[in-house]
Structure formats: C-alpha cells, structure tokens
Design a protein around this ligand. Structure first.
Ligand SMILES: Nc1ncnc2c1ncn2[C@@H]1O[C@H](COP(=O)(O)OP(=O)(O)OP(=O)(O)O)[C@@H](O)[C@H]1O
Ligand SMILES: [Mg+2]
Length: 230
C-alpha cells in the first residue's frame, strides 16, 4: 500500500529576521508515513514543534530540508517543491487542515463558511448549504447561529465551525491541530466519532490531541516529535 502522506528527512528552522537572523532549529530528520485508515497522533511537550510540523505538512511553513509527498488523485505531489497553484489544488481536493483557531472571515455567516469548501469543488450553492447544515447540526451548533458571522461566537462554537469547515469536503488526508481543545465532553465525543468515521472511509489523519482520552480513542499510532529535536 502506498502511503497517502509521507515525509522524509523533514527539518524546520525558524529564522528570526527581527533579531538579526537568529536561527531557531525546531526539528530535523522527521520521517513519517500515513496510510489510508490510519490516525497518527503527534506527541511531545508544549513548544516541541507539533504545530510547526503540521504546518509544514500543509505547505504553510517551508521546510529547511526534506520531502513531503502527498498522493493527489493519480499523482504524487512533493509539497516542498510544488508551485503555489499546485499547493492550492492539493488543499482543495486532497489535504484538509483544522487549525486550533478559526480564521474568521468578516461578514460571512457560519453556514456559508462551512459550505465554502464544497463550493470550491464546484458543488452548487443549495446543495453545499444543505450539507453544511447537516454538519453544523451534527456538531450541535445552535441553528440561530448559522446565518451569523462566527467572529462573536464562543471559543467552542468557533471550533465546531472550524471542524465542520475542515471535514466537510471529505479530503483523503486530514491534518488536525487540537480539534477538541475548547469543547465540552458531549462535543468532544462527536468529534471523536467524526475522526473515526473519516478513518473508516479511508482517510489518512495526522493529529495533535492534547486530551489523552481523545488521543486513545482515535490514534492508531503515535510519533513523539521530541525524538527529532536538534
Ligand atoms: N512563526 C514562528 N516564528 C518563530 N518561532 C516559531 C514560530 N512558530 C513556532 N515557533 C517556535 O517553534 C517552537 C515550536 O512551536 P510549536 O507551536 O510548533 O509547538 P507545539 O509543540 O505545537 O506547542 P503547543 O503544544 O504549545 O501547541 C516554539 O519554540 C515556538 O516558539
Ligand atoms: Mg501547537
């Protein structure tokens, strides 16, 4: 089986330009592979580089060294050398990302925020909004909030919009950064179910799960990022 996502020799170093170009190495030599149906949990202390690794895998942070290969349809794309247009195409169809905090778009209501990834795939507005409503309903977001822009939502409400937005397109590869961090027990359980359903349909997941109970419930493997400290 070829992995859906594969990183080899991956290294990340931040260059602090505001501090005369000081180099801050975070990790080096990271090798990982994720197959369909697997959920790889990144572990390690706060500040060890888990979110940075996830951002590298999403093509958001440039890597100092190494390769990131993503299975994109029939092809394999190396995100470390892909041009920006190709990165966008990979994110549209293949690579989903749930950040810890929602990046709020002013004036766009929650339902349309969640429908957007489907619109980007060419699905018509009504069908996209219907699917978005199902996701928000599943995540227990009060219906009166659906037309409202999420800017004023509570942390947990924003996070549920974010999760619906990240999962709705059914991407084959999912990157999840603390998706349950500000949720209550009932909603955490919903998100656990959603992640397990994603794996069951053959998605490859890489996630950071602060909550050990959540991690135990979803992870099929773990990778301690501290082993790659430089
Ligand atoms: N954009 C950035 N510029 C400079 N340094 C950064 C940047 N992003 C992260 N860092 C540094 O890289 C290190 C790893 O940060 P990262 O956010 O990846 O850790 P983490 O393991 O996700 O921590 P946490 O569990 O607290 O979320 C930290 O020392 C952080 O200060
Ligand atoms: Mg983090």
């Amino acid at each position: 089986m070829t992995p859906l996502l594969q990183a080899s020799g991956l290294a990340k170093t931040f260059t602090l330009h505001a501090r005369g170009g000081v180099q801050l190495p975070v990790f080096a030599g990271v090798d990982l592979q994720v197959n369909a149906g697997e959920c790889l949990a990144l572990t390690g202390r706060s500040g060890s580089g888990k979110s940075s690794l996830l951002r590298c895998l999403y093509g958001n942070y440039s890597a100092a060294a190494g390769r990131i290969r993503v299975r994109h349809g029939e092809r394999e794309v190396d995100l470390t050398e892909a041009d920006p247009r190709e990165v966008i195409a990979v994110r549209r169809r293949t690579l989903g990302y749930v950040s810890q905090f929602l990046r709020v778009i002013p004036r766009v209501g929650a339902l349309d925020v969640v429908a957007q990834p489907l619109r980007d795939l060419g699905i018509d507005a009504d069908a996209a909004r219907q699917r978005a409503a199902q996701w928000l309903d599943r995540l227990n977001l009060a219906e009166r909030l659906w037309p409202l822009p999420p800017a004023t939502f509570s942390g947990g409400e924003q996070q549920r919009v974010n999760i619906a937005h990240g999962l709705i397109a059914g991407h084959p590869v999912l990157l999840l950064d603390e998706p349950t961090a500000s949720l209550d027990a009932a909603n955490r359980a919903v998100v656990v179910d959603l992640i397990r359903e994603a794996c069951a349909r053959g998605a490859a997941v890489v996630g950071i799960f602060h909550d050990e109970e959540v991690r135990d419930a979803v992870a099929t493997r773990r990778l301690d990022i501290e082993a790659f400290r430089t």
